[in-house]
Design a protein around this ligand. Structure first.
Ligand code: NDP
Length: 307
């Protein structure tokens, strides 16, 4: 029986581990299928306070893990495939084993949705990105392309015009899911070119290990064209990793955990941290802050219960 189990080893989970380990609660962290979370696929992080010359994403998240281990946090390989939150202790299935815990911090994150083209997958971190805030800075005076028709795509396209020479926004239809205000703002930006009814068929150049061009297909005319780009930002939504909790935790229509104040979920003793609940800020620093909040709440609950 554990005091605290933390699901996820990104910025949120690792920070929760630092705090709970330092409070002598011997946390167990279940690494998950993308160990290190989204930071592990980011290049340089220049906006995490305390690193004036920047730090590589994988190094940052690994540092927080090392810090947690120093205070006694234990990391387990594997993912939670099933959960029983109907009574305390909560039960979690990790691979073939069930583990039990008095408190649970869910920091399982949200995974970027990708186009799932083999060439796109090979170039993630080498010109293909899912986060303009993280990587936009590297495209000063370059040609960039954003895929998507929602608010994130509009926001990222607008943001990227601060750096890029030109931003092409490619959407698969000519109707946009984005809110009118976000759409209008992007439309009014002279640096953004809208390419509708189109999608990326292939990203080049895998051989050179960097993005140089894409092949686009117009779905109405069937025509394919090549276009030179230096960076490709895929902004087609995120998928929160909450599958094992469906029907047990309050989730919104997209599967994000609904907060019941602070780091609390609808189940006492189950806390959320990071992108699994946050669809707005999605930053390493906000995830770290949320991990700290969840840890403090878990610690206070355990103390109140006399553990
Ligand atoms: P959305 O789910 O709103 O939009 C996803 C977009 O990606 C849609 O245009 C969709 O096209 C397209 N898409 C999905 N799958 C594919 C695919 N395989 N190939 C090509 N295109 C694809 O996600 P967002 O991340 O934009 O937004 C998520 C939430 O966050 C929303 O509620 C949004 O309002 C909110 N948000 C708010 C912001 C703000 O207010 N400042 C900023 C950013 C996000 P289609 O429409 O054809 O399905």
């Amino acid at each position: 029986m554990h005091n605290v189990v933390i699901i996820g080893s990104g910025c949120a989970g690792n920070t929760a581990a630092v705090y709970t380990a330092r409070a002598s609660l011997n946390p167990i962290v279940i690494k998950g299928h993308e160990a290190g979370g989204q930071l592990s696929i980011t290049s340089e992080v220049e906006n995490f306070p305390g690193f004036p010359t920047g730090i590589m994403g994988p190094e940052l998240v690994e540092n927080i893990k090392t810090q947690a281990e120093r205070f006694g946090a234990k990391y387990l390989d594997g993912s939670v495939t099933e959960a029983d939150l109907s009574k305390n202790p909560f039960r979690l299935r990790v691979e073939d084993e069930w583990i039990e815990t008095r408190t649970l911090i869910i920091a399982s994150g949200a995974s970027a949705r990708w186009l799932n083209l083999p060439s796109e997958q090979k170039l993630i971190g080498h010109g293909v990105s899912s986060c303009a805030t993280c990587d936009g800075f590297f495209y000063r005076d370059k040609e960039v392309m954003v895929i998507g028709g929602g608010d994130t795509a509009m926001e990222e396209a607008n943001f990227l015009t601060r750096f890029g020479k030109r931003v092409a926004l490619v959407h698969r239809t000519d109707t946009f899911r984005a809110s009118k205000i976000m759409y209008d703002r992007a439309k009014a930006n002279p640096k953004i070119e809208f390419i509708v009814n189109s999608g990326v068929q292939e990203v080049f150049d895998v051989e050179k290990n960097t993005v140089t061009a894409v092949r686009l297909k117009n779905y109405v005319t069937g025509e394919t064209t090549m276009r030179d780009v230096d960076g490709l930002f895929v902004a087609i939504g995120h998928i929160p990793n909450t599958k094992p909790f469906v029907g047990q935790l309050d989730l919104d229509h997209d599967g994000y955990i609904i907060s019941h104040g602070g780091a609390r979920t609808n189940i006492p003793g189950v806390f959320h941290a990071g992108d699994v609940q946050d669809r707005v800020y999605r930053q390493a620093i906000t995830a770290a802050g949320a991990g700290c909040m969840a840890a403090i709440e878990a610690e206070r609950l355990l103390e109140a219960e006399g553990h």
